[in-house]
Design a protein around this ligand. Structure first.
Ligand SMILES: Cc1cc2nc3c(=O)[nH]c(=O)nc-3n(C[C@H](O)[C@H](O)[C@H](O)COP(=O)(O)O)c2cc1C
Length: 365
């Protein structure tokens, strides 16, 4: 065996060990979760991620329970590998969606869109599934573990979609070293394998990747949506802006387009109407909340990239072409492994230099 092949084999074994906890928890070959993306993460992308050795997660967004049942069955027809379901905490039929997961034997349910109650986590676990939730802070993470969460996701502000205020790197440093009771998966801004490696070395059990999978060949997103991702750079993925604290706007990271420009004018117009007494504050708030209704579907499914919402993370700058899921995963793994192999080879050469230096100079004895 050459040095290079032995370093590569050692790197692969080391990576397996680093994300062993995540792989065991998910039941997969790699501890890469495909972040659920509404309209994007349906049966085709989810099964492709699971078939390639990752962990696909169905986004049920605003689906009704019977639609979710159909989508789970459809996914199961395309893969015999494990996959999960992402449910939104404030969905009016949350309990029924969880019941559908139980009836369909889903192994992992991820609750997004706010902190789940202990009752929600229990309902998931009573149905035999593992319950996962998003932890925005260390304190919240600890509470979720006490309430029964089996694993956590921490997601930084670089991510696509709804975001919190803190970067992935800071959240990871704040939470990973101190929260060891359950596996923690890191999300937000991950576009290369070296980044995955760094979070694993900080204590993550695995990662969750969204943006990088949008341009997968298997993803049903409209070609216009994918082209917008391929053309965009990191700085195009911007958070939505709230212009008046009386009218809160949930921050969402998306590619800037006509709709995001219009959203600013729209807010200004509504606020002026409220201030002049033409509209009540509640009516104004509702109008602002409704601005984006249906907008993600418009962009993802209909391909209207100017009037729809182009939710995307900053890692969109690392999306350069359409590729099969298996190639995306293989690329991420190869990057992590070659970083490990490079390090082993550098350490070996340093060892040789140190060995030479430790030898007594000729004639010294
Ligand atoms: C288009 C899009 C839609 C998303 N929809 C959801 C969703 O419905 N539920 C959810 O929990 N997260 C959603 N997310 C977040 C992803 O699941 C994932 O956590 C995030 O994309 C990870 O960060 P990254 O985009 O930097 O990889 C969405 C992200 C994108 C880009």
């Amino acid at each position: 065996m050459t040095d290079a092949t032995s370093y590569a084999a050692a790197a692969s074994a080391r990576l397996d060990r680093l994300w062993q906890r995540g792989r065991d928890f998910l039941g997969t070959r790699t501890a890469v979760m495909g972040g659920a993306m509404s309209w994007v993460s349906e049966r085709h992308l989810v099964s492709a991620i699971s078939n390639a050795g990752g962990f696909g997660v169905l986004a049920c967004g605003s689906m009704a329970p019977d639609q979710l049942a159909v989508e789970i069955a459809g996914t199961r027809a395309l893969t015999d590998k494990p996959f999960g379901v992402n449910v939104i905490n404030m969905h009016p039929a949350l309990d029924q969606l969880i019941d559908v997961c139980r009836e369909q034997g889903v192994g992992h349910v991820v609750v997004a869109g706010g902190l789940p109650t202990g009752a929600t986590l229990r309902r998931i676990k009573d149905g035999g599934a593992r319950a996962m939730a998003f932890a925005p802070t260390l304190g919240a993470g600890r509470r979720l573990v006490k309430q029964g969460a089996d694993a956590l996701v921490i997601e930084g502000t670089e991510a696509g979609g709804h975001i919190g205020p803190v970067s992935t790197t800071v959240l990871a440093q704040e939470i990973l070293p101190d929260l060891r009771e359950v596996p923690v998966f890191v999300a937000g801004g991950i576009g290369r394998g070296e980044a995955i490696l760094s979070y694993l070395e900080l204590g993550a059990a695995g990662v969750q990747v969204g943006t990088r999978f949008v341009c997968a060949t298997e993803c049903v997103a409209h070609p216009n949506f994918k082209q917008a991702f391929i053309r965009a750079s990191a700085r195009d993925a911007q958070p939505s802006v709230q212009i008046d604290p009386r009218f809160p706007v949930i921050p969402v990271r998306a590619l800037a387009n006509e709709a995001s420009k219009r959203f600013m004018e729209f807010q200004r117009d509504i606020i002026a109407r409220v201030d002049s007494g033409v509209m009540s504050r509640d009516e104004g708030m509702l109008e602002i909340e409704h601005f984006w209704a249906g907008a993600l579907r418009r962009a993802v499914i209909e391909g209207d990239v100017e009037n729809g919402s182009l939710m995307a993370g900053q890692s969109v700058g690392l999306v350069t072409r359409e590729q099969p899921v298996a190639d995306i995963l293989a690329e991420l793994i190869a990057q992590a492994e070659s970083a490990l192999a490079r390090r082993a080879s550098d350490e070996a050469s340093l060892g040789e230099v140190a060995g030479v230096m430790a030898e007594p100079p000729v004639g010294a004895l």
